[in-house]
Ligand binder design. Structure first.
Ligand SMILES: Cc1ncc(COP(=O)(O)O)c(C=O)c1O
Length: 366
């Protein structure tokens, strides 16, 4: 008997996402006392004290389900972005929202056009629906190839993904290229712009995709997260800003009813209420990224331009084995693994002492 008959043909094409180590999994294993976690682009600073207080207070009420579509949080996010609350969808991380897009839009015979290397959810979510993930290689500086993305669109394209600043490279899309994307993606195709690192770019003068997206005639969605700049990755809150209520409502049709923990919602409101704290974390991270990038260049590795809370560099063919070696010592960096880019390593900007430990280990391994 074939014991995996329950796997659909689409799901058979996916590999199990296993083995990523997190602060929580390492603590459970109990083997490493002070692991240096620079592989998940988390914020190294704890959340705002307001978050800790709000969550502590709310925990007494967790016998009740949360709100399937939390209105106050959506209104807060809507007001900050000059958009109607009906066009905001809150997700269990932006990962959830990016995963809902293929569920809403794609089926066998369809395709989604997306950059590579980039965030894996676009291709995994697309393939899980039996649709084709049409991947367009980034330009040499690591930014999405807008002309290439537009050229890959055909009559079966339902969704186009872009990512700015792009993970794992760090490069943002310049405004004129976002405009070309907004104008060039056909009006019956959903344009999704993943802006998980928006706040870091904005702190350096970037204005993000929204100003251009607002002028788009066809459907669009921008996704953002509170996992990075707002220090609540473990609570899981991301959101989508949609071009119309129809896009937000389409995503609601496929989401789980109670997708959000009520603690996460309370935490998100508190985190967004303490912008000064978030800006402090961002400023420290950006200053440290400059220092770290300079040291990596000094070590002789070419860094890619980054506007996010990480820096990637060309380490060479030994990247995977050296990173495995470092992980065994409790220092976690992330080799890209994407075909053709195996030599690249991404380092999240952590606390200065963590970054120094990682750089010293890299120097020793060279
Ligand atoms: C580009 C990009 N998009 C989306 C996400 C998902 O983040 P979250 O689900 O924590 O909001 C990440 C996380 O690393 C990311 O790098």
């Amino acid at each position: 008997m074939n014991s995996s008959r329950f796997l659909s043909p689409a799901v058979r094409t996916l590999s199990a996402f296993g083995g990523v180590q997190t602060a929580a999994s390492l603590a459970r294993e109990g083997a490493l006392h002070h692991p240096v976690l620079l592989h998940l682009n988390e914020c190294p600073y704890p959340p705002s004290p307001r978050v800790i207080e709000a969550v502590s207070h709310a925990v007494a009420s967790v016998n009740r389900y949360g709100d399937p579509r939390p209105g106050a949080l959506a209104a807060l996010i809507a007001a900050r972005n000059g958009i109607a609350p009906a066009q905001v969808l809150i997700g269990n991380g932006s990962d959830e929202i990016l995963g809902l897009v293929p569920q809403m839009a794609l089926g066998p015979g369809d395709n989604a056009v997306m950059p590579t290397p980039s965030f894996p959810r676009y291709r995994l979510g697309t393939r899980a629906m039996g649709a084709e993930a049409r991947m367009v290689r980034n330009l040499d500086d690591g930014r999405n190839d807008v002309a290439g993305l537009l050229a890959a669109i055909d009559a079966s394209t339902k969704v186009v993904f872009a990512c700015t600043p792009n993970n794992p490279s760090g490069a943002p899309l310049p405004q004129d290229e976002i405009r070309a994307l907004v104008q060039g993606v056909p009006e019956d195709v959903l344009l999704v712009v993943d802006e998980a690192y928006y706040e870091f770019d904005a702190a350096q003068g970037g204005i993000g995709a929204l100003p251009e997206l607002r002028s788009r005639r066809g459907p669009w969605l921008s996704t953002r997260t509170l996992s990075k700049a707002y220090s609540i990755a473990g609570l899981r809150i991301g959101y989508g800003l949609a071009g119309s209520p129809e896009v937000a409502d389409g995503l609601v049709r496929v989401k789980l009813n109670f997708n959000l923990s009520c603690l996460a919602v309370v935490a998100a409101e508190a985190a967004l209420s303490d912008e000064a704290y978030a800006q402090g974390c961002i400023a420290k991270t950006l200053a440290e990224r400059e220092r770290v990038s300079g040291l990596i260049e000094k070590m002789g590795y070419r860094t890619l331009p980054s506007r996010a809370n990480f820096v990637s560099f060309d380490y060479g063919p030994e990247a995977a084995s050296v990173m495995a070696n470092l992980a065994a010592q409790g220092i976690f960096l992330r080799e890209w693994r994407d075909p053709g880019f195996e030599a690249f390593v991404r380092m999240t900007i952590g606390l200065p002492q963590e970054n120094d430990l990682a750089l010293a280990a890299l120097a020793k391994a060279a």
